[in-house]
Design a protein around this ligand. Structure first.
Ligand SMILES: [Ca+2]
Length: 513
């Protein structure tokens, strides 16, 4: 059975957007922008980066026909803060959103606003997650908060609206509808932000059988014992100890001996299923029945149970990504069929990376590679050669400056990122040699921390919940298993990185208490 989308409410603003424009003709030469962002999509789960886990042929097309950024990082690995950094081109301490609880001040400068002021028509569709309503968009239609996977609520330019279908498909359909109905005399910037593959990884019903029984190998540092990692000793984000049997593994058991540490999780699980129609719910229950039988078979055997948990995590996470990849394919097809391929810059990225069992973890937050790094692919045939790659250090901080630069707009002096355009123009002479990171939230036992990463080394200072330093040599220890902070052989290098850290904090105006 295929879940089809039918819109309960047709966007009433489409006719407004398709009205004629008085825009000067020269803006029609400006490039269009399609900025596609998913939520918690690990680079390990994109086949352009790692062929071992999943095939993502459509996302890979952007890499194959454009530039793949192999060292793209965020400044603060969590959802709302990353979005605020991307919009403003400023670090969290300056854009007002250091954590998920702050309300984004929509009066501040953002790149969509600047594009709009320069003749672009702008749209924001999907996950927004910044609490205040979007500003700087001719059209916006966003999920409230985290949003739901099935038959989701949206806020359509201030009006509560419910759409029938799977959230990734709904966001795609709204995006393509907007493209179809846009004013074709103006350049456009479409931001299509997927909810998927955010926890709790609820796949499209048509994809519930995918990856069944694939024996995903555990990452080699799955059983990291956290020697020298004081902050990881107190977190509550491990696959084997902190996932919820109902919400994460989809086993409908409220009474069995579970591993739940989140009292809200069972209620959340049942609430989310209430959004399914009776037929959809039956399909869901049938699909997960096999997993329920397995759960009772393996739960008393710790080793088998650990592997089963990891497999359950991977199955649903990757099923969600299959839909995201389909979405990218549909948007690429639309652009191609409508002659927009050449003059449109397409970005694919995630709001941050994600642990897929590395260090035993799921989630993000920490300055270790899998969470700090994020996928970044840009296709723009007018300027970027096919199959380009870069190894230089980039950040989500650079997105705003890049998009304004490509649109021929002066980058405001208070934006803190650099235009990535220099990289595909091979102008790397003055590119940064280190990046700065600062994470603030304490949820799930995480500890605030800041640090610096160069091409080879990483220095982290955890403060608040625990106070400790970590130092890694990524060349000899890419899995970040050996904290060398007290190793005398690295004392000089650690001093150099500490100096660099101070320089970056000064440069970016981050005052540390
Ligand atoms: Ca996220």
């Amino acid at each position: 059975m295929k879940l089809t989308i039918s819109l309960i409410v047709i966007c009433s603003s489409m006719s407004v957007i398709s009205c004629t424009s008085n825009q000067p003709k020269n803006t029609s030469e400006k490039p269009n922008i399609v900025f596609i962002m998913s939520d918690d999509h690990a680079y390990q789960a994109i086949s352009a980066y790692n062929s071992g886990l999943i095939k993502t042929p459509n996302i890979d097309k952007i890499a194959n026909q454009g530039m793949k950024f192999n060292k793209a990082f965020v400044t603060n690995s969590i959802c709302a803060p990353s979005r605020a950094v991307i919009l403003t081109g400023k670090f969290s301490h300056l854009n007002g959103v250091p954590g998920n609880d702050q309300v984004f001040d929509g009066n501040q400068q953002t790149f969509p606003k600047i594009l709009q002021q320069n003749g672009y028509q702008t749209a924001m569709i999907g996950k927004w997650h910044l609490k205040s309503h979007p500003t700087g968009f001719d059209y916006w239609n966003v999920l409230p908060g985290q949003g739901d996977y099935y038959n989701p609520d949206f806020i359509n330019q201030g009006k509560d609206t419910v759409y029938k279908g799977y959230v990734t498909d709904v966001i795609t359909e709204l995006s393509i509808d907007w493209l179809k109905n846009r004013d074709k005399n103006k350049p456009f910037c479409l931001m299509m932000h997927h909810k998927a593959p955010h926890r709790s990884w609820m796949p499209a019903l048509k994809n519930l059988e995918l990856f069944d029984d694939v024996d995903f190998p555990l990452p080699e540092n799955f059983y990291d014992e956290y020697n020298g990692k004081e902050a990881l000793k107190v977190q509550m984000l491990t696959v084997k100890d902190h996932m919820d049997v109902r919400m994460d593994f989809k086993i409908p058991c409220d009474t069995c001996d579970t591993v739940s540490v989140n009292s809200w999780a069972p209620g959340e699980y049942w609430r989310r299923l209430e959004r399914l129609s009776p037929d959809e719910r039956q399909k869901w229950d049938e699909a997960y029945q096999k997993e329920e039988f397995e759960f009772y078979e393996v739960k008393e055997d710790e080793s088998k149970y650990d592997r089963w948990k990891f497999r359950r995590y991977m199955e649903d996470y990757l099923r969600c990504i299959v839909s995201v990849d389909e979405s990218v394919g549909l948007v690429l097809d639309y652009l191609k069929e409508n002659g927009l391929e050449e003059n449109t810059l397409i970005v694919y990225t995630s709001d941050q990376g994600f642990f897929l069992g590395e260090h035993g973890l799921f989630d993000k937050r920490f300055m270790y590679e899998e969470a700090m790094r994020t996928p970044l692919l840009i296709r723009y045939p007018k300027e970027i050669k096919e199959k380009s790659q870069t190894e230089v250090l980039t950040q989500n901080l650079d997105i705003a400056a890049t998009l304004l630069d490509v649109a021929g707009i002066t980058i405001p002096g208070d934006m803190q990122g650099e235009s990535l355009r220099k990289l595909w123009q091979n102008d790397v002479s003055e590119w940064r040699d280190a990046i700065y990171y600062h994470y603030y939230e304490k949820g799930f036992g995480a500890t605030p921390h800041y640090g610096v990463r160069t091409d080879r080394y990483k220095l982290i200072h955890f403060y608040d919940v625990v106070d400790s330093w970590e130092f890694y040599d990524l060349e000899t220890d890419p899995n970040e298993m050996h904290n060398l902070y007290t190793d005398p052989g690295y004392a000089r290098k650690i001093r150099e990185l500490a100096e660099k850290l101070g320089e970056l904090q000064k440069k970016y105006k981050d005052t540390i208490q």
